[in-house]
Design a protein around this ligand. Structure first.
Ligand SMILES: NC(=O)c1ccc[n+]([C@@H]2O[C@H](COP(=O)([O-])OP(=O)(O)OC[C@H]3O[C@@H](n4cnc5c(N)ncnc54)[C@H](OP(=O)(O)O)[C@@H]3O)[C@@H](O)[C@H]2O)c1
Length: 258
């Protein structure tokens, strides 16, 4: 029987944007799976501190693993480089798993209203920074011949959602980059996939379903009749991380919404 290594326990996951809804869900799930974590926040220090308290209080099984918190500004190349130096110092090696979750999603619907500055910011935070995160991860993953890279994309990349073309372009770019990387990195033991959530509640993007009323994301347009949850996103992320035969795929998690 061919040996297959899908073990997560004891490996290190970097999760960007763990101060937010989907990122904190991923942190809880991968922590429960026995991983060490490096988690980031940008402005919401209180949220990440509360998450750390919660995670540490649930840590009964594996006292040797590590949990580190890092400030990260994805608009700054030096902030991204510092993140990897900090991870190296704390964990003695780079991430085995990258969950590139943090994203910029200011809602501006009409192209006429999207300034060049807003377009550039969406591309910088959501796409350019993700490329730089990947670049920092590759040396260690290649050396280990094992890696999992997951991009949190969006239904917007497929023409849906509630936001404008700046956001859609940035997320579609992620999906294109994912497919290229998956084809290039498979032989190095590294899988690359993306998850395209839509209408996930309990997040900074959608704190209240009322804000969706009258938009394409209105709950009455969602076939399953409700918003998704951060935990459901985390379930898909964990499945990807535990399934090394899956690569180059974009998984739409939208309750049936197109
Ligand atoms: N919620 C949905 O229905 C939905 C749908 C499609 C795609 N998504 C995607 O899911 C991902 C997570 O979003 P969410 O829904 O969980 O919203 P959220 O709760 O607002 O989380 C966004 C996260 O991104 C971080 N972030 C934002 N700008 C950043 C920057 N410049 N540098 C570093 N970190 C930054 C935030 O940090 P701070 O809070 O600390 O500032 C926060 O942790 C995003 O990529 C989003 O585009 C969400």
């Amino acid at each position: 029987m061919m040996s297959v290594d899908n073990r997560l326990e004891g490996r290190l996951a970097l999760i960007t944007g763990a101060s937010g809804g989907i990122g904190s869900g991923c942190a809880r799930t991968l922590w429960d799976a026995g991983m060490s974590l490096a988690i980031t926040y940008s402005t919401n220090k209180a949220n990440i501190e509360a998450l750390v308290v919660e995670l540490k209080s649930s840590d009964i099984s594996n006292p040797s693993r590590r949990l580190s918190v890092h400030h990260l500004d994805l608009e700054s190349d030096s902030s991204i480089s510092s993140l990897f130096q900090e991870i190296e110092t704390t964990h003695d090696h780079g991430p085995d798993v990258l969950i590139a979750n943090a994203g910029y999603a200011k809602v501006i619907v009409r192209a006429e209203d999207i300034s060049l500055e807003e377009f550039d910011r969406a591309l910088t935070v959501n796409l350019r920074a993700t490329f730089f995160l990947v670049k920092h991860c590759l040396a260690y993953m290649t050396q280990q011949h094992w890696g999992r890279i997951v991009f949190i994309s969006s239904i917007a990349a497929q023409g849906g959602g509630i936001n404008g073309c700046h956001y859609a372009a940035s997320k579609a770019g992620l999906d294109g980059m994912m497919k290229n990387l998956a084809a290039k990195l498979g032989r190095s033991g590294i899988t690359v996939n993306s998850v395209a959530p839509a209408m996930i509640g309990d997040t900074g993007l959608i704190p209240d379903p009322k804000m969706l009323e009258g938009t394409p994301g209105d709950v009455k347009n969602i076939p399953v009749g409700r918003l998704g949850t951060p935990q459901e996103c985390a379930n898909v992320v964990e499945m990807i991380c535990k399934t090394g035969y899956l690569t180059g795929q974009n998984i739409l998690l939208s309750g049936g919404l197109k």
